[in-house]
Each structure stands twice: as C-alpha cells, then as structure tokens.
Design a protein around this ligand. Structure first.
Ligand code: SF4
Length: 815
C-alpha cells in the first residue's frame, strides 16, 4: 500500500477517532492534499518487496510497540503492534506520523556541523565527526586543566533510568562537573511523593485496568497522560459497547472541559491549583463518616492520629488536620466546587469496590505539585487502596544491573565538591535532583556565565520551559553550546556545535518503565532503517567523546558500543528471573493469572534472552499479587506516612520558609493546601493563564509531524494564529467576541492570539495550547501560533522548587 497524503491523514484521524480520542476533523483530508503538495519528502515508495519490522516508539515515555511497514529499504507506514502489551494494536497521532521525523530533511541535522551564522540563525556548516570530537574534547580538556570542570554542564531530557541518561550523568561525573541538570516532568513529582510518603524510589504504578472507579485529578487521560497507548487501550475496556459489561466509571477533576472531562462519567471543575484541597475535602468526608479502611490505617500507616513524640510534645495527625481544615464548605470556598458535589464525589469513591485516585497534569511533560500529589495519595491510603488490585501497586524498580563504579581523578573529585548551580539537593530543595529554572537564573544573574560549555541532550529547553524566555536568554551568555539533537529545534539553533543523534527509527535505545504502568516493562527499540544521514546513536557518541577525552575519562566507559552498555544493564533483568520476552494477548500482564497460566520465562540463557529482547523489543513481568507488608514501606517509620518524617527532618535541617512552605509546624509535613503566593498586582492582571496539551500536537522536545497541523481545529490554529479559549462571560467583560485578536499580557511578556469563546472554559481563566509558536524546524512548523511558555511566570512549588504552571496572572487587551 502506498502512503499518500490523503490516506495518511485518513489513517491518523480514523485511528484516533476509532479509539475515541477526539472528534478530529475529517474535512481536512482534502485541504491537506493541497497544502502538502510541495513537500519533497512525502514517502512515495517504489514498488518492491514488503516487509514489517517490529520496534518500540520512543517519541514519548509511553513506550508503545510499533510495526513499521517497509517497501524494500523504505519505511512507508507505522502502526501499533497488536503483539505488544502496552498498546495492543493502538497508536497515537504523533507516533503514527513518526516517518515525517525520519524523512523530512529540512527539520533534521544531516551530520556534524559547526555554527557559521549568528547564534540562533540556524546557519551551520558540515564538519567531520573527527573534527567535532577534537573541538569539543579540546574545550573540555582545557577547562579540566584550568581546574574548572564544573564549567561544563549537561542538560538531559532523556527519561531518568534510561541507559543513555546513565551515560550522560557518568560523563559529567568523570569530567568532574556537578552541573548535570534534568528537565522537570511529572515523573519527578511521582518520585518525590513516593519518597516522602512511602520511602520508595520506584515508579508510580496505577492498576487502572482492574479499577472500577478512576478518580483522575487532572490527568489528561485522552490528551496523552501516562503511557498513552496503554491508557487508550484501557479507555476502550472501560467503555465496552455493551453497557451491561461496563464496570469502570471515570471522574475527571479539571478546570476546563477537555476531551477527557467531556467524555468522563462525571466532570468536576475546581479552580486551577486547588485539586489538593478537593482531595482533602473528600478525605474529610470519608473520615467523618468512619468509612475509611481502619485496618490498613491502623496497621500500615503512621501519622493518622495525633501522637506524642519522645520529648512529650503533642503532634497533630492527618485526621485532626483534615477534620479541622477541610469541611465541604471551606473546600468549596477554595475550589469553587459546590459542597453537594464534594459530598457526591466522596460518596462515589466510598461506594466503589476498587477505586483509585490518580494524579497528574496533562501529559507527562508538566511536573505537578508535591503537596497535591500527597493529598491524592493520602486519599488512596485512607481507603486502603495501596498494594491492592485496582489501586496503587508497589512494585520494585526495574532490576537493571548498575554500571560498574569508577574513581574520577583529582580534578574530577575537586569539581564534584563544588556546589551545583541550580541548588538542587541543598537544604532548600532537599528532594529535588535538578532545577533547570534555577540553573538559567544563575547564568542570567551572573555578570559572566559560570558555565563555559553546555551540552544539551534530547531536550529543547529554549522552547519547553515555562520561564518567560529565561533559558533562551541564558543561552545567549554561555560561550559554547553543543547540541546532540537530531532536529533543528530552538535550542539546537543556538548551538555552536551539532553532534546529531539518529532518530528513534534508526537506532537501538531503551525505554524504561512507561509512566504509570502497574507492571515492570523494559522496551528496546531497534533500527528499522539504516541511518539516512551521517548521524550517530547518541550513546555511541558519548562513548566516542569519552575516548577523545582520554584517560581517566575514557576508562570510565569500557564499552566498544552503546549496545554493549545496554546489554550489560540488561543482565540484571535475566538475573532477577520471572521475566517474559513474548506477549500472549490471552494473558495480558495486568491480569492476575494462576501460576500455571502465568507463563514461564521464554528464554534459556542470558544470550537467548538478549537475542529475543532485541528482536521483540520487550521484557516484562506480569502484575504480581499484593505483596507482603513487611519491609514494603522504606520510610523511617516503616509504614505509609501521612506525616512525612523526611519532610519533618528536612525542615529541621533548614526551615519551612527556606523550602517555600507557607504552612508551619505539623501541617507542613502532611498533605495540605497552600494558596498561591501573592505575586503580580492582580488589579493589572486579573485573569489567570493555564497552558494545556493535546494528543495530536507534540509539545515537548520532539517536533510535531507536520501532517498533524491539519488535524488541529480552526478554533485552535487558523493560518498562523493560535487561539486562546475563554468563557463567553470573561470575554464579555473585555468586550471581546469570537475571533478577535488580542494581546495576552503577563508580568513577563506578551503574545498575540485570537479569542475562542468556549463554554467549557472556567470564567477568569485563559487557556492556551502548548506546542505552537516554534521558531525552529522548517517552514511547515515555524511561525504557527504562539508559545505560552514565553509569558509564564512560573514561580516555585513548595518543597520541590519545580515550576508552577497554572497560575500566571494575565490580562487581555484587544489588538
Ligand atoms: S503514545 Fe508515545 S510512545 Fe505511543 S505512539 Fe504515541 S508518541 Fe509513540
């Protein structure tokens, strides 16, 4: 089958509509055929032999299995793999459009390059890999010789736990720089929440498929949250065509009528940033009614009741706090949700046999708030929904082998003792591993950049950060920037040197535990086609760079190739036992199976496992029965902690004020609601701006396949202008009507957009789509709409210090 523009769009729209994502516009098919007639890279394959290659998509943390159809050497179509447990046969629009990210030469770098034009102009000149390594290794070596290894920094957008990420961090340690900075994501909020309440450094695992009530606090279930292929599959199960077979209800807590909200069984709209107060309001009603799980609370938790410390001091427990502070009337004042709706919500949660409360913002790219996560997790603990089928499971981390330890030289050891520029891990941010906004602030506030050489991996912070353009300004001060991106993104265009990665369809790479999945899964992508251009797998590039740096840095990387490092880590999967490398659709991994049906490891040796893992792209362990409680929680109390002793200890080491916590004393150690700090003059900026994400538009590091722009509604993007959604009442207050051009002004910037009147928007809130407003890539992606990140005044979440996305004060001025 030939992939034409017309049938591609039909497939995207049809596939999406078929899995009930969104009513996307079919009428665009013809428009697209016209619009795309000049695209040189539309794959029109020659006639030839067909083949199908199975791999894994790496365009988001969802880890979907994909099947790529080829004609001779040319890839012509990407589909979901029915034989993959995460997304049996399903695929999202971005994944379906992945071929455009392979074949569109105008958005890719075709080989190593150095900058020849002005910074940001995107003008580069080809150089050889040897020259590129010499240039970069010479610079890093000179900094090390000068005793300034900390002036090398790395920004890493790969998912934590992946092998390439482990190599990047290792490179920084071997060089001697503490300035290894990751981008914030929802996984960070999950990691911190798990740590402070459960003492566990393991992924969040929501057993959605076995739940009968999913109470979603902000998760964009149909907008790309979690592992989107998995969630779409679960959504299909939840919505059986036969109503009698339907067991699961969905309640969406979100301020606007998103796709998820409008297709949920119940939509509850609290004010943005008040989800935690609503969760605590439900907890209040559950405690007051006495219908909490007393057995679990008594035996497995700590900090529920008031208690006396060893010094005789009386401490307030979660029960007293919640009963006192979160009655429905007060929660209604905070959230704007009517008291009777709060009561109804609590009743539904108590009535359900296997409910689960899940937390997240949009997709996985926006971090959440630590106290909000704690509030939602407290609700699960209160009702005994932890370590129970259909609730929150507590698996161990993936048993990957650690890479061998190494000793850095004296230069590296001295460099690593220097303070991190972003202050992560200090008394002020004790649980956070990276704070990129602090990093760019530190660069911007220094008369001379403390960073000399910045390495950027799988990230486009000049576009994706909610910082009012602060990172882009920092880039203008950093003397030497190196991008490893395969794409001509905004950050890469500011670079001096490009060492381009291959795309996900051209390389081997690992996918570590798709977000939110309730069972451990390790995915492995493989080259579907040979690299089209002179690009290299970034993992191989790091190893080669370490060799160019020479010993002792080089000796910390004893692998010939990146695949050797992947293989070394995968040994841990074999040693742990119990894994499967083939998927039997009759025994889905989320279903408890009897020992006979459970399946035995389908490999005989490690080499056999590795061969099958490379071929099938999959290692997983089906969900296990609830685990024994002993030693499950690794907290100081050995129990689930409503009252986090780690936060208590952190406050004792520093102070609540230093950590940005408004609450004091015991309240600061438990889930609670904190009103946003007063910032800008609200009389000048009386509205709030909230960015939102869409399933059919990439909003992170990966560019959107250009075809997808024609699946966007006219009320989101028309020609080159994007829209902001506002409630008609809000618009009336500003004498605005549908289609009016306005300036959206915040204290840090201003963008122009058109007004879309939307009854599903909360009055007083301006909703802006994320993913538009590129200045990088090619003529089909740049200049389309505006990027809300440029006007976000993020502030900092208490304790974590991560950005707060949903409270930027704005006003609207008719243009
Ligand atoms: S959901 Fe993510 S992993 Fe799955 S196809 Fe889409 S982009 Fe790829």
């Amino acid at each position: 089958m030939k992939l034409t523009r017309r049938n591609f769009i039909a497939a995207v729209v049809g596939g999406v509509a078929g899995i009930q994502i969104t009513p996307l516009p079919w009428k665009f098919t013809d428009d697209v055929a016209i619009w795309t007639q000049n695209w040189p890279w539309v794959p029109v394959p020659p006639t030839g032999e067909f083949s199908e290659v199975g791999s894994v998509c790496n365009l988001c943390p969802g880890g979907c299995g994909i099947s790529v159809r080829k004609v001779e050497d040319r890839a012509v179509k990407i589909e979901g793999r029915p034989g993959y447990p995460v997304n049996p046969g399903g695929i999202c629009p971005v994944g379906m459009g992945g071929l455009q990210l392979l074949y569109d030469e105008s958005i890719r770098f075709t080989g190593p390059m150095k900058r020849v034009g002005m910074r940001g102009s995107g003008e580069f000149q080809n150089i050889s890999w040897g020259d590129a390594f010499d240039m970069l290794a010479g610079r890093i070596t000179a900094l090390r010789k000068a005793g300034r290894p900390e002036a090398v920094a790395a920004v890493d957008g790969n998912r934590e736990g992946t092998t390439v990420s482990a190599l990047i961090e290792r490179l920084m340690r071997a060089v001697g720089s503490p300035n290894y900075v990751r981008l914030p994501s929802l996984s960070d909020t999950y990691r911190m929440g798990n740590l402070v309440m459960q003492g566990r450094n393991a992924p969040v695992a929501y057993d959605l498929e076995n739940s009968d009530l999913v109470l979603s606090f902000g998760c964009g279930l149909l907008e790309g949250w979690g592992a989107p292929g998995r969630v779409m599959n679960a959504w299909g199960m939840w919505h059986d065509a036969n109503p009698a077979k339907r067991k699961t209800r969905i309640i969406q807590v979100e301020s606007q009528a998103s796709n998820t909200a409008s297709k949920a069984d119940l939509w509850v709209a609290p004010r943005p940033g008040t989800d935690g107060a609503l969760a605590l309001g439900l907890a209040h009603l559950i405690i007051r009614s006495g219908r909490y799980d007393a057995g679990f609370v008594d035996e497995q938790t700590s900090g529920f009741d008031d208690w006396y410390a060893s010094d005789g001091m009386l401490h307030t427990g979660f029960k007293t706090l919640v009963l006192k502070n979160y009655p429905p009337e007060r929660v209604s004042q905070i959230t704007g949700v009517r008291p009777d709706v709060i009561v109804k919500l609590a009743a539904a949660f108590m009535r359900a046999k296997a409910p689960v409360a899940i937390y997240g913002k949009g997709k996985n790219e926006l971090n959440g708030s630590l106290y909000e996560f704690m509030a939602v997790q407290s609700l699960n603990a209160l009702t005994g929904r932890i370590n129970r089928a259909g609730g929150v499971l507590l698996p161990d981390p993936l048993p990957l082998s650690p890479l061998p330890d190494f000793d850095g030289d004296a230069i590296a050891q001295a460099g690593l003792k220097k303070p991190r520029l972003d202050q992560a891990g200090t008394r002020r941010y004790p649980f956070t591993h990276s704070l990129i906004n602090n990093f760019s602030d530190a660069v911007n506030q220094s008369p001379r950049s403390p960073i000399d050489t910045l390495l950027v991996f799988s990230a486009n912070p000049a576009f994706t950060l909610p910082d009012g353009d602060a990172f882009r300004r920092a880039l203008t001060k950093i003397p030497f920037i190196v991008s490893f991106s395969p794409y001509r993104d905004e950050t890469a265009n500011m670079a001096d040197l490009i060492l381009p990665d291959s795309t996900y369809l051209e390389k081997t790479d690992d996918i570590v535990w798709p977000v939110g999945l309730q069972y451990p899964l390790y995915g492995l992508s493989k080259p579907v086609v040979e690299p089209l251009y002179d690009t290299r797998n970034c993992g191989d590039t790091i190893i080669e760079l370490s060799n160019a740096l020479g010993d002792p840095v080089g000796s910390a990387f004893p692998w010939e190739t990146f695949e050797d490092a992947l293989k070394e880590r995968a040994k841990g999967l074999f040693d742990a036992g119990g894994g499967l490398v083939r998927f039997d659709p009759a025994a889905p991994p989320w279903k408890q199976q009897s020992p006979e049906k459970r399946g035995k490891p389908d490999y005989k040796s490690f080499d056999d496992m590795w061969k099958k893992l490379k071929s099938g792209g999959l290692w997983y362990r089906p969900v296990s029965p609830p685990r024994a409680w002993s030693d499950l929680f690794k907290t100081p109390s050995g129990r689930f902690e409503f009252y986090s002793r780690l936060i208590d200890q952190a406050i004792r080491n520093g102070s609540a004020g230093e950590m940005g916590i408004t609450a004091r004393d015991d309240e600061a150690c438990m889930a609670h609601y904190e009103a946003p700090k007063a910032g800008a003059d609200r009389s000048a900026y009386p509205l709030s701006m909230l960015p939102y994400e869409m399933i059919n538009l990439a909003s992170g590091w990966i560019p959107s396949p250009p075809f997808l722009y024609k699946t966007i509604f006219d009320s989101q993007l028309l020609k080159d202008t994007s829209f902001v959604a506002v409630n008609p009442r809000t618009a009336a207050g500003y004498r605005l009507k549908e289609g009016d051009l306005v300036s959206v002004k915040s204290p840090v910037g201003e963008v122009q957009a058109r007004i879309h009147l939307f009854e599903g928007a909360m009055p007083g809130i301006v909703y802006m789509p994320l993913g538009f407003g590129h200045t990088g890539y090619d003529e089909f992606l740049k200049g389309k709409g505006v990027n809300p990140n440029t006007i976000i005044q993020a502030g900092q979440d208490p304790v974590s210090g991560d950005p707060v996305w949903w409270n930027t004060p704005v006003t609207l001025v008719k243009a």
